[in-house]
Structure formats: structure tokens, C-alpha cells
Design a protein around this ligand. Structure first.
Ligand code: NAD
Length: 520
């Protein structure tokens, strides 16, 4: 165990669990120091203590310190220097290094997954998949470094006009706790692909896997300072970094409330931002659907990752003729889902990541019951924080779209089942939400599938499937779910600015106001 970690041992710490966490972390950082990763060095912070809690037990894992303002400023400076070095490499060389980063990440998948599983409380099977996806992100964008062309514009004059896509400079990325590893790759890879440097501030609750990704890609040869990780609170160091002139853009993934604060701070500085916020996505099941497939799809849509997924299918819209039957099918399936220890290979869903979120999920279930909703079957058992932040998959019926449980993001394994009558009805209910992140329709009528897909306001929509996303496809929200796009080619546009370059080509250029110098 590293000295720094020993330093912060506390009385309510479960030593075995802490040792497991530190062993997983020390595989990458032998000193055990939990600090910011700047220019290839871990730096312990000087701010307030932050506790990492084991989501599976509620016990304290370890305590570390918020970076503090001085380190936030240093991180921005490191980004400036790193960006210069990075942008000076050829596009092809940057691509080769990103491909190599993918290879190094692949070689470390099991260790990365173990760390993520213990620290974030996510099932190990999910973490293995997410670690692999992160490797793929570096490989995918590694292929893009030298393939995003500018244009030659047919301007009406004797000039040549062409465009260049240039990096923004240093980009600040602020990420949440629900998928820390996945989100860090999702944001870092397109940003550095285009020659930017990154300062990433992960959630104070789940900083470890982002530190590891930064270290591994450096091991692959990506220069120090290109990716820096700042650990601590958002309202302290997140805001401190955002106020620094070095930061030219901020990309925020998190809750709508924080997103608005980020956008306000960015507006004060006059820098652009991308917001990837929450959702309350409609999963629409018509009576003609393959109900067995739709039932499995509806469960994975909301119960996967214990509902802590921005695209979760949290509003299940069911045609009235099959409402009772389908609700029963989903509840029966939900009762068989294996909830358990994140490290167990059999576990399908793990705990809620933190106590605040755990209380929110339980309060929302209670609020739903007070509003007149009913729990189907015994899918929910009394939640007890002392035994970890576990919430059983819960199906609420007798819900209308105006109830709080149908309007507020719960971000837990709780689905509300809402009946509808016609196709128009389904689309209207789906669109009657502040959010617009994702949605799906289940039907055997191909035309209806396309019609509904075109009418529901959402950044991502699935027909007869749910929750598949890929690094090559754009992702982002409508309305209160945010703006701007992560992933795919669209993300490359977010991480560049367009320069229009004009060249004189006329032999005798017109000079309406100027005069050529007289010859000497
Ligand atoms: P959050 O908004 O509380 O925190 C997100 C990040 O913002 C954290 O790093 C936090 O430290 C930081 N932060 C908090 N206050 C800040 C401030 N004043 N200034 C600067 N930074 C600040 O969100 P959360 O609870 O961590 O995550 C859950 C939310 O994230 C849900 O709403 C979920 O839907 C959303 N989410 C969205 C996407 C997407 O791609 N659309 C993906 C994952 C999660």
C-alpha cells in the first residue's frame, strides 16, 4: 500500500476492500498516490478531503485531496505545452500513436476492468466490455487523424479559397460517475485526434480509471501533457480550470443542473461548450411487436448498469391492448435479474454508485407510490444503505406522463409503464418531456418504425433494439438533454475550428482602394 494511501486510513475503512482497490490501482501507480496526473506525474492535491466509498458495502475505501486551484492552473499550463508538441507531429504520426494507445489499452483490459469494477461498483462483465470499447475508440480515431479534409470553395473571383480544420487548443472535459472509464475514452480520443490537448476532470467519486487511461496512452508514446487529469470537485477545480485563458472549449457530461452552470461560465468567458446531459427516454412497444424480444429489450434498456445510464429506457410506453400482459412480462423478467457483488462474474447489475444517488432513487420510488403508481410484483425490496447501495429492478404501473416519476430523471433501475392508444398518442407522449436524448420503438410494421423514428425528438433512436451505440456513430441530445455531438465524425467537428484561407491568383488583381508601390 502506498504511503499516500496509508496516510488517509480511517476508522470506518473496510481494510480488505481497500486493499483490493489499492492493489488494482497500484498495478498502474505503484506509489498509491491518488492525485492529478499532469505532464506524466501524479500530484497529490492540497484541497479538501474527498472520500471514495465502496458502493457495494457503503464503507469508506480511501480518502484523497481535491487538487486545489494551483494544480488546476498548472494542469492548464501543461496542456498548453503538450498541445504544442502534439500539434507539431505529423497527422500520420499522431494516428500511429493513437493506434498504439489502443494496443496498450487492449493489453491491460483485465486490470483496467478490475479497477473500474471495484471503484465504481460496476459489474465486472460490463467493465471488461467498456475497457475494450475504450481501446476501440483510440483505434477508430487513430484512423481519422489524416483523413478529415478541408474544402476548396468555388468563390466568384480570381482567388483560391480553401478551408483548414484546426485544433481548438486545450479542451476541458468534465465527466460524471456513471461510466467513468467509457466516458473518458469517448471524450479524449476525438479531442486528441484533431491535435488538441485535454484537461479531463472526472467525477470526484470515480477518478481512478481516467488516471489509468492517461498513463497508458502515454506509455504508448503520446507525449506528456497531451492528456492531463485533474482530480477533485467540480465547483472548486472544475470552475478554476474553466476560468483559465488556456481553456478554449469545455465539454461537459453530467446532470442538466450542472450543465447550465457550465454553460453560464463558458458564456462569461465567451468560449464554446458541448453539453451531454440527462434523459427520460421513451421505449415504445406496439401490440404487433415481437413481445418476447421487446421484453428482453425493455429490461436491458432500463436495468442495464442499474439504470445509471443517460440513455436508459426509463419511460416504457405500451399499447393499451397489451399493457397488463407486457408489464407482467417485464416484471417477471426483472425479478430474475442477478443483482450482486460487482466483482462476481454472474452479477448482471450492481449497486447504485453513491449514497446521494441511492437516496434519490429510493425517494423517487416513494414519490411515485404517493402519486398513485403501483409496484408490479415484488420487484423492489426495502433498500438498506448499510448493506451497500443496492436497489432491485422496479417496475411501476398506473403511471401517467404528468407524474413526477415520468418527468424527472431517476437514474436508477426503475421503469415507469405508461399506456397509449394510437401511434400519434405514442409519439405525443414520447415528445412530452423536457429531455430528448434517446428512444426506441418495437413493431413489426416497418413503415411505422420509420415514421415513429422520424417523429420522436431524440438524438439517438432505435427500431426493434435498444442501447446500442458505437464510436463511429454520432451521439448527443435534443432539448434539455444538451447540444453538440460526441463520437463519430461529428465529434471531430466539435474539436476543430474552421479557418478560411484566401489566395490571390489573378495576374493583375483589382485594387479598388490600394495603390501599388512606385518602383524605385
Ligand atoms: P453532475 O452534474 O453532478 O456531475 C458531473 C461532473 O460535473 C462531475 O465531474 C462533477 O464534479 C462536476 N461538477 C459538479 N458541479 C460542478 C460545478 N459547479 N462546476 C464544474 N463542474 C461541476 O452529474 P453526475 O451526478 O455525476 O452524473 C449523472 C448525470 O450525468 C445524469 O443526469 C446523467 O444522465 C448524465 N449523463 C449524461 C450522459 C450523456 O452523454 N448525455 C452520459 C452520462 C451521464
Amino acid at each position: 500500500m502506498g504511503d499516500q494511501a496509508r496516510l488517509f486510513k480511517a476508522s470506518n475503512m473496510n481494510t480488505t476492500q481497500t486493499e483490493a482497490l489499492l492493489a488494482a490501482y497500484q498495478h498502474f501507480f505503484p506509489t498509491g498516490v491518488i492525485g492529478s496526473y499532469i505532464k506524466g506525474e501524479l500530484q497529490a492535491g492540497s484541497g479538501a478531503d474527498i472520500s471514495l466509498i465502496n458502493p457495494a458495502t457503503g464503507d469508506l475505501f480511501v480518502t484523497y485531496k481535491d487538487a486545489g486551484t494551483e494544480i488546476a492552473i498548472q494542469a492548464c499550463e501543461a496542456g498548453l505545452a503538450g498541445q504544442k508538441t502534439w500539434a507539431a507531429l505529423s497527422h500520420a504520426e499522431r494516428g500511429r500513436l493513437m493506434q498504439e494507445a489502443g494496443r496498450v489499452l487492449r493489453a491491460n483490459i483485465e486490470h483496467i476492468a478490475q479497477l473500474e469494477s471495484i471503484s465504481a461498483g460496476k459489474p465486472i462483465r460490463d467493465c471488461r466490455g467498456e475497457a475494450l470499447r475504450v481501446a476501440e475508440m483510440f483505434e477508430y480515431y487513430g484512423g481519422w487523424t489524416d483523413k478529415l479534409y478541408g474544402n476548396v470553395i468555388p468563390v466568384p473571383s480570381g482567388h483560391l479559397n480553401y478551408t483548414r480544420r484546426e485544433p481548438m487548443g486545450v479542451v476541458l472535459q468534465i465527466t460524471p460517475w456513471n461510466a467513468p472509464l467509457f466516458t473518458c475514452g469517448w471524450q479524449i480520443a476525438p479531442a486528441i485526434c484533431m491535435g488538441n490537448a485535454v484537461l479531463l476532470k472526472p467525477s470526484e467519486l470515480t477518478p481512478l480509471s481516467s488516471l489509468v487511461v492517461a498513463k497508458l496512452i502515454e506509455q504508448a508514446g503520446i507525449p506528456k501533457g497531451v492528456v492531463n487529469i485533474l482530480v477533485g470537485y467540480g465547483h472548486t477545480i472544475g470552475q478554476a480550470a474553466l476560468s483559465q485563458p488556456a481553456i478554449k472549449k469545455v465539454v461537459f457530461v453530467g446532470s442538466p443542473a450542472t450543465g447550465r452552470k457550465i454553460a453560464a461560465a463558458a458564456a462569461t468567458r465567451g468560449i464554446p461548450c458541448v453539453l451531454e446531459l440527462g434523459g427520460k427516454s421513451a421505449n415504445i412497444v406496439f401490440e404487433d411487436a415481437d413481445l418476447d424480444r421487446a421484453c428482453v429489450g425493455a429490461q436491458s434498456a432500463i436495468f442495464g448498469s442499474a439504470g445509471q445510464s443517460c440513455v436508459a429506457g426509463s419511460r416504457l410506453l405500451i399499447q393499451r391492448s397489451i399493457y397488463d400482459r407486457f408489464v407482467q412480462m417485464v416484471a417477471e423478467g426483472a425479478s430474475k435479474i442477478r443483482l450482486g457483488e460487482p466483482s462476481s462474474p454472474d452479477t448482471e447489475i450492481g449497486p447504485i454508485q453513491n449514497a446521494t444517488q441511492f437516496n434519490h432513487v429510493n425517494n423517487m420510488i416513494e414519490r411515485g407510490l404517493k402519486e398513485g403508481a403501483q409496484i408490479v410484483g415484488d420487484t423492489q425490496v426495502a433498500a438498506d444503505q448499510k448493506k451497500g447501495f443496492f436497489v432491485r429492478p422496479t417496475v411501476l404501473k398506473n403511471v401517467t406522463n404528468s407524474m413526477d416519476v415520468a418527468r424527472t430523471e431517476i437514474f436508477g433501475p426503475v421503469v415507469v409503464a405508461i399506456p397509449f392508444d394510437t401511434e400519434d398518442d405514442a409519439v405525443n407522449i414520447a415528445n412530452d418531456s423536457d429531455f430528448g436524448l434517446a428512444g426506441a420503438v418495437w413493431t413489426k410494421d416497418t413503415g411505422r418504425g420509420f415514421r415513429v423514428a422520424s417523429q420522436v425528438k431524440a438524438g439517438t433512436f432505435w427500431i426493434n433494439m435498444y442501447k446500442v451505440i458505437n464510436v463511429a456513430s454520432p451521439f448527443g441530445g435534443y432539448d434539455a438533454s444538451g447540444y453538440g455531438r460526441s463520437s463519430g465524425v461529428d465529434a471531430l467537428a466539435e474539436y476543430t475550428q474552421v479557418k478560411s484561407v484566401w489566395v490571390e491568383t489573378a495576374a493583375n488583381p483589382a485594387q479598388p482602394f490600394g495603390h501599388a508601390p512606385t518602383s524605385r
